[in-house]
Design a protein around this ligand. Structure first.
Ligand code: RB5
Length: 142
């Protein structure tokens, strides 16, 4: 199950992402926000991070205006590895190397066409499982 969270700066792009997920019958839980009204992005980063920490969801997508504030917040939570991606190369690499469990996007940075390709890459790339990457992730967790 995917956990979704955004602020007002990511709201419109999140609607596109939800459309993409619905078409593919990919299950998600939407933790808000639910309109373009200004809200505080840490609230939504924390909701998504907690859903992953609690095992309710296994991965998440967070969107704010730049993707920066919401990923900074998520990365302060134990066990959360949020990757801010603006291209498919990074989305693939962060799954292979970092086993990132949250994809962060900037709603004012990437257009919907590129964003869904990034999401597709993120969701369909497995962790490589290679020892050197496992070691480095363990070092992050320490
Ligand atoms: C909101 O205006 C904006 O600051 C937020 O969406 C995000 O870009 C913060 O990093």
């Amino acid at each position: 199950m995917l956990a979704l969270g955004c602020d007002h700066g990511g709201y419109e792009l999140m609607q596109e992402i939800k459309h993409y997920l619905d078409e593919r019958k990919i299950a998600y839980q939407d933790f808000g926000c639910y309109s373009m009204e200004a809200v505080d992005y840490p609230v939504y980063a924390k909701k998504v991070g907690k859903a992953i920490q609690d095992g309710v969801c296994d991965r998440g997508i967070l969107i704010c205006g730049t993707g920066i504030g919401i990923s900074i917040t998520a990365n302060k939570m134990r066990g959360i590895r949020a990757a801010l991606c603006t291209d498919c190369f990074c989305a693939e690499a962060t799954r292979l190397h970092n086993d990132a469990n949250v994809l962060a996007l900037g709603g004012r940075v990437v257009g919907p066409g590129l964003a869904v390709k990034i999401v597709d890459t993120f969701l369909n790339t497995p962790f490589s499982g290679e020892e050197r990457h496992k070691r480095r992730i363990a070092m992050i967790e320490e």
